[in-house]
Design a protein around this ligand. Structure first.
Ligand code: MTE
Ligand code: MO
Length: 256
């Protein structure tokens, strides 16, 4: 029975890989036929990755592998008034807040982050829609920022709160949100990126700051960051599944 469930889950993953988000959009809604399979497959990849050396590095590439600019996807220019005001002043008044289950809440300027040791990595971004881009990202390791804030013992997840409204529905406005566990948060390639291909991060790709979580799919890489929150659990965020897209049927753990 265990094995049968495993095979069914594996078939579900293969199906997702072949047909991209169309399958998810129709069948993976709560109550949809594929959802249970996808959810168990999601648990499987998470546990498997954690069992099989959860701290492995994602592949890195060379400058010769960069064939085009990073394709902007999802929100590419937040229409939110507060964002537009910040952008028109070159993000001089932008601040990153680090709050929640930390000993020392932080308010950081972009220049504070840029004054910290930088990491540059050329990596491949895989979107669940089925396209990939290799690009060069520069930023500060999230681990260094967390070090300054000193997470409390109960902290288990890092939540990324974004400035872009991704949905306007009857139930109100929803701004993009994501979360990762602390293990991914302190992974050496998890950076808060302010640079793309040797230039400041463009608005289309998340200016002034976005996260890179290199061993997961593109939707984990929250753009337009303004607040990072450490939490013991993600039940209180959105509909409780840990991210905007997880609340709409995608896996929370989107391991590649
Ligand atoms: N704030 C925010 N972050 C986001 C999104 C978004 O719409 N809003 N889209 C996600 C998706 S689905 C992808 S593939 C990547 C796209 O990043 P890019 O525009 O730099 O290619 O950002 C992710 N992060
Ligand atoms: Mo994506």
């Amino acid at each position: 029975m265990q094995r049968r469930r495993f095979l069914t889950a594996a078939a579900g993953v293969g199906l997702m890989g072949l047909s991209g988000c169309k399958v998810l959009d129709t069948a993976a809604k709560p109550g949809g036929s594929l959802r249970g399979v996808i959810m168990s497959a999601s648990g499987l990849t998470y546990r498997t990755q954690r069992l099989l050396g959860g701290d492995a590095l994602a592949p890195e590439f060379t400058a010769a592998d960069i064939r085009q600019g990073q394709k902007p996807n999802g929100t590419i220019n937040p229409s939110d008034a507060d964002y537009q005001t910040l952008a028109s002043a070159g993000f001089a008044d932008w601040r990153l807040e680090v709050v929640g289950a930390v000993e020392k809440p932080l308010t950081l300027r972009l220049s504070d982050l840029q004054a910290m040791p930088a990491r540059t990595q050329i990596t491949r971004h895989d979107c669940v829609e089925g396209w990939s881009c290799i690009a060069k990202w520069t930023g500060v390791q999230l681990a260094r920022v967390l070090d300054l804030a000193r997470p409390k013992a109960e902290a288990r997840f890092v939540v990324f709160h974004c400035m872009d409204t991704i949905e306007r529905s009857l139930s109100g406005l929803v701004k993009y949100y994501e979360s990762i566990d602390l293990r991914d948060a302190v992974h050496p390639q998890t950076i808060l990126a302010y640079g793309l291909n040797d230039a400041p991060l463009p608005v289309a790709n998340g200016a002034p700051l976005r996260v890179r979580v290199e061993r997961q799919l593109g939707y984990k890489m929250a753009k337009y960051l303004h607040r990072i929150e450490l939490v013991a659990g993600v039940e209180g965020l959105g509909d409780g599944n840990g991210s905007y897209w997880a609340d709409r049927g995608y896996e929370w753990y989107a391991g590649i």
